[in-house]
Design a protein around this ligand. Structure first.
Ligand code: SF4
Length: 468
C-alpha cells in the first residue's frame, strides 16, 4: 500500500466486466491506497448501479447522468428520474454528460439538447459536472459558456485537448481529468496539458475498465482497475517534477473539495479486508514505533481508524454478527489490543462459541501490561496470535519501537511468544522491512523461538492493523 491516499475520480465498477471479481478489485484499490472512487453513471441503469455500489462501500461515491451516446433517449421523464436519483446522498456530481462527435451515436442536435438540459439540472441541484468531450472541443466550451456551467464547475474527464485548451477549461472554473493515456507517451497531449495547469486543477482517474495505463496495458492485463491510478499519479509526478506523494495529496484534496466529500469517514470499529473482519478495539499502545502508520494518517484502506471512543463489547458483537462469514475475526486496532483484555476474552469466547476463528495481532506486551502471564487466558479465546517482533535485539527494539516499558522489553516479547507456543496457540512473528532492522538476524530469532516468520513492507504499519 502506498503511504498516501489516492482518489480515482472516474470508474465504472458496476459494469458487468467486474461481475466476476468486483469485491476483489475494490479491495485491491483500497490496498493500493485508493481511498476515494467516484463511480460514474452514464444512463439511468448505470446511475442506479452506481448508487447501489456507493451504498455498500464507504470509499465509493456515485454520479447521475445521461451520456451523449444515450442523448436521444433524454426527455422530461428521464430528467425527472435523474433529478430523483441525483438527490441521493451518495451522488456527488451530474455526469457523465457532454458531446461525442467521434462516434455520433446520437444525432448532434440531441447531444446538445441533453447536454444543455443536464447543465441546467446541475445548476438547479448545485452539483458539479463530469464532462465527456470527444472531437467536440469548440461546442463543449460554447455550451459551458452559454449555460453558465462555470457556476458549478466540474471536471473534463479524460482530458481531450492540448495545453491551450487546458488553460481555457481551467479559466472556466473546471478541472482536467488525467488518466491512463498520460502514461502512453512522455510528450503526449495529456502530459502537456497536465504541465500547463496548476496542480489544484488536476484530478486523477482511470476510467476503469477502459484506458489501462502502462505498464499493465502491455502485460495482458487489458482491463483497467482503480488500483492502477497509482501509475497515473507516477506519470503526472514525472511530467510535472513534483513528488508523487505531493501529487496524491493535492489531487485527492482537489477531488474531495470538488465533490464535497466529507473530510473523513466515521470511525470504524470493525472493517473487512481479505475475507477477515478486523476489530479496531483501541488506539492506545505501549510502543511508539518509528514506522507506525497511525502517526501519518487516520485512514487505512479507506477506513477511519481513529476512534473517538473505544467500542463496547456489545457494539463489537453487533458488528461481527455471524463470525462464520469471515475467515478470521482479528483483534487489532490502531493500538495494542491486549490493553483491553476483558473485551478480547468476552468477544473472543462468543466468536468461538458461534463457530468463528479468532486471531490477535499484538506487540507482545500483554504480560507486561497486566503484570502477570495472560497467555493461558488468551489460549481459551483465540486460535492464533501474530506478534510484531520488529527487531533482532533489545537495543534495536528500544530504538525502533520506543517501548513504554523501556530496556528489556524485547526479552518480554520473546517470552510472550514462548508462552503462546507452550499454550498451543499458533504463532507468527513479523518484522517491518526498514533499514534499521536486520531481517536475517530477526529470522534467526524466529527460528530459535520455533515459529514462522514474516516480513511486512517498510513503513506500512503493522499486521495487527490488517496488513496481511
Ligand atoms: S506499529 Fe503497532 S506496536 Fe507500534 S506503535 Fe503502532 S500500533 Fe503500537
Amino acid at each position: 500500500m502506498a503511504d498516501y491516499v489516492l482518489a480515482d475520480t472516474h470508474v465504472h465498477l458496476n459494469l458487468n466486466r467486474f461481475d466476476r471479481d468486483r469485491e476483489e478489485v475494490i479491495k485491491r484499490a483500497l490496498g493500493a491506497g485508493v481511498g476515494l472512487m467516484i463511480n460514474v453513471g452514464f444512463d439511468l441503469a448505470t446511475t442506479r448501479g452506481s448508487i447501489e455500489l456507493a451504498e455498500r462501500h464507504d470509499s465509493i461515491y456515485a454520479t447521475a447522468g445521461i451520456h451523449p451516446h444515450e442523448a436521444s433517449s433524454y426527455n422530461h421523464a428521464v430528467e425527472d428520474e435523474l433529478r430523483k436519483l441525483a438527490a441521493h446522498p451518495r451522488v456527488v456530481a451530474i455526469g457523465e454528460i457532454g458531446l461525442d462527435y467521434f462516434r455520433n451515436l446520437s444525432p448532434r442536435g440531441d447531444q446538445l439538447r441533453a447536454f444543455r438540459a443536464q447543465i441546467r439540472l446541475a445548476r438547479e441541484l448545485d452539483l458539479p459536472l463530469i464532462i465527456h468531450n470527444r472531437d467536440a472541443l469548440d461546442d463543449v466550451l460554447t455550451t459551458i459558456d452559454e449555460e453558465g456551467a462555470g457556476e458549478v464547475g466540474g471536471v473534463m474527464h479524460c482530458f481531450p485537448g492540448d495545453a491551450d485548451y487546458a488553460r481555457e477549461v481551467v479559466d472556466r472554473g473546471f478541472h482536467i481529468g488525467i488518466g491512463g493515456p498520460v502514461t502512453y507517451s512522455r510528450e503526449g497531449k495529456m502530459v502537456k496539458a497536465a504541465r500547463a495547469v496548476p496542480l489544484n486543477r488536476i484530478l486523477l482517474e482511470t476510467d476503469s475498465p477502459w484506458l489501462t495505463p502502462e505498464p499493465h496495458k502491455g502485460q495482458g492485463t487489458r482491463r483497467n482497475e482503480p488500483a492502477f491510478v497509482s501509475e497515473v499519479a507516477e506519470a503526472v509526478a514525472a511530467a510535472t517534477g513534483v513528488r508523487v506523494e505531493d501529487i496524491a495529496r493535492q489531487t485527492t484534496g482537489n477531488a474531495m473539495r470538488l465533490f464535497r466529500i466529507p473530510e473523513k469517514p466515521a470511525p470504524a470499529i470493525a472493517y473487512e479486508m481479505w475475507g477477515n473482519l478486523y476489530l479496531n478495539i483501541t488506539n492506545r499502545c505501549t510502543n511508539e514505533c518509528k514506522f507506525c502508520i497511525r502517526y501519518r494518517t487516520d485512514i487505512l484502506w479507506g477506513y477511519n481508524l481513529r476512534l473517538e471512543r473505544e467500542p463496547s463489547t456489545q457494539e463489537l458483537l453487533d458488528a461481527i454478527g455471524d463470525p462464520t462469514r469471515y475467515r478470521e475475526i482479528v483483534f487489532c486496532g490502531y493500538g495494542e489490543p491486549t490493553m483491553r483484555l476483558d473485551v478480547i476474552k468476552t468477544v473472543g469466547a462468543r466468536v468461538r462459541e458461534l463457530g468463528g476463528k479468532v486471531r490477535i495481532d499484538t506487540n507482545g506486551h500483554g504480560n507486561l501490561i497486566w503484570n502477570r502471564n495472560i497467555v493461558p487466558e488468551l489460549a481459551l479465546v483465540t486460535d492464533s496470535v501474530s506478534v510484531s517482533l520488529n527487531a533482532e535485539s533489545d537495543t534495536v527494539y528500544e530504538s525502533v519501537c520506543r517501548p513504554r516499558f523501556g530496556a528489556g522489553t524485547y526479552e518480554h516479547v520473546r517470552s510472550f511468544v514462548r508462552e503462546c507456543v507452550k499454550a498451543g496457540i499458533d504463532v507468527v512473528v513479523s518484522v517491518v522491512d526498514i533499514p534499521e532492522i536486520n531481517i536475517d538476524s530477526s529470522r534467526k530469532v524466529a527460528d530459535e523461538l520455533g515459529v514462522p516468520f514474516r516480513v511486512r513492507g517498510g513503513g506500512r504499519g503493522r499486521p495487527e492493523n490488517g496488513g496481511d
